[in-house]
Design a protein around this ligand. Structure first.
Ligand code: ATP
Ligand code: MG
Length: 429
């Protein structure tokens, strides 16, 4: 036998047994986006490397060590997208849809980061993201948070996640704070690990985000950005909190929440869970007012978030999903050559008549016993049986495969095509 070629480490197949959960989440997300009147945008999976370097920032985990970067045949440096925001901004600038317009956009798809694979952390993973352009108030920040809270409710996860919020202030207030923080970190230099030493000059705020246990106490004592916000940032944050209070969304102010990427300002937020071990952040977002200009567009206010679909799916109760998404309503069994021919077109007619019906057709013939076995395995509720008798009297035999039909109902009956259509219509309601 030839060698089996395996998939790339950290890049997973979504097999048939797993796809109901994905279909469920994707369906709920699309409905949610419609209910807030957001529009879908799709952009390529590969972009020029410079796009991510310039937007995410050179001194970040993603750009320093996680990007899948390669040279294509022309010698151009390209990168598999590690996140969606940069490409969304690029597409927005390029198409002109950000100029003097408001845009409320969403996207969904695979992202790529060369990380150490473990539960909840993969090299190809999926994000659903939302990006809003041209709105600068705390009301839109609050809308994004409400929308995610609504999603948890729809998915039955409200008790599994909690909201953390913080403000990173305007660039001006952050600049002033930065020197305070750098001074503090300099005096504690002996406690810094290698990554943090490297970031001391280039990106000291990121040091606050370190998960190194040995540094936690020192980080705890550091000056807090929240105490050094300018008036504009303070007002924005206070109003955001008031909006959240007004709709009863509970939150915790986490003054150490800084986010991994360079481009955030003012509002940042994360939804976290304690049910997934170390990979506890399910959704992360915030305001990034400076990015559009930084990538060559006009000054455009922006705010967004991204959710990790793998982490979300591992929080879901998946019991009923397979039935809803994978099981057919009916299986078509055809006995003999005459029935195989007639049944082929009859099944198509049933699909025409009942557009939402899911019918599995047992192709390839076979004995009654072997076809019934396949019908059972499909988990369908009913088998439709077509043989010479049925053809002669223009009926189809319907066999109810799931026992709990009730004593008053027959296990099996012959129906006309019209009755059958009525039955299948009822099954799809
Ligand atoms: P983390 O701190 O877990 O590395 P991050 O700050 O790198 O997360 P973001 O870039 O903000 O994550 O991405 C948003 C969301 O995407 C995360 O909250 C998480 O749910 C998901 N995510 C990020 N990286 C991965 C990954 N390698 N595998 C699976 N999901 C991921
Ligand atoms: Mg990360």
């Amino acid at each position: 036998m030839a060698d089996k070629i395996q998939s790339i480490r950290g890049m997973n197949d979504i097999l048939p047994a797993d796809s109901p959960a994905w279909q469920f989440i994707e369906e709920k997300l699309r409905q949610l986006m419609q209910s807030y009147d957001y529009d879908e945008i799709r952009f390529p999976i590969v972009e020029k490397t410079a796009l991510f370097k310039r937007s995410i920032g050179e001194v970040t985990d993603i750009v320093e060590k996680e990007m899948y970067t390669f040279e294509d045949r022309n010698g151009d440096s390209l990168t598999l997208r590690p996140e969606g925001t940069a490409a969304c901004v690029r597409a927005g600038i390029q198409s002109g849809i950000l100029v003097n317009q408001q845009q409320r956009l969403w996207y969904m798809g695979p992202m790529f980061r060369h990380e150490r694979p473990q539960k909840g952390r993969y090299r190809q993973f999926h994000q659903m993201g939302v990006e809003v352009y041209g709105l600068d108030g705390p009301d839109i920040d609050a809308e994004l948070i409400c929308m995610t809270a609504r999603l948890w409710k729809i998915l039955g996860l409200s008790d599994s996640v909690t909201l953390q919020i913080n403000s990173l202030g305007t660039p001006a207030s952050r600049e002033a704070y930065r020197s305070l923080l750098t001074d503090y970190l300099e005096t504690n230099k002996s406690l810094l690990d290698e990554d943090s030493l490297r970031r001391l000059q280039s990106n000291p705020l990121r040091i606050l985000d370190s998960k190194n246990p040995a540094m936690q106490e020192m980080i705890e004592q550091a000056p807090r950005l929240m105490d050094h916000l300018d008036d504009e940032s303070n007002v924005h944050f206070t109003r955001l909190c008031a909006y959240l209070d007004s709709v009863g969304i509970a939150y915790e102010v986490n003054t150490r929440l800084v986010r991994g990427l360079d481009y955030y300002s003012k509002t940042v937020f994360e939804w976290v869970t304690d049910k997934l071990g170390a990979q506890g952040t399910v959704c992360a977002g915030g305001r990034y007012d400076g990015l559009v200009k930084q990538l060559g567009g006009r000054d455009t206010k922006a705010v967004g978030f991204a959710l990790g679909l793998e982490r979300l799916i591992s929080l879901l109760e998946q019991d009923d999903l397979e039935k809803h998404y994978n099981y057919p309503h009916a299986v078509m069994l055809m006995m003999g050559e005459r029935a195989q021919n007639a049944g082929f077109s009859l099944t198509e007619e049933l699909r025409n008549a009942v557009p939402d019906v899911r019918i599995l057709s047992v192709c390839g013939g076979g004995s009654f016993k072997s076809q019934m076995k396949r019908a059972d395995k499909s988990q369908a509720e009913i088998a439709l049986i077509l043989g010479d008798d049925e053809l002669d009297n223009n009926t189809v035999t319907v066999k109810y495969l799931r026992a709990e039909q009730g004593a008053d109902k027959p296990q099996q009956e012959q129906l006309s095509q019209q009755q059958l259509i009525a039955l299948l219509t009822e099954k799809t309601q």
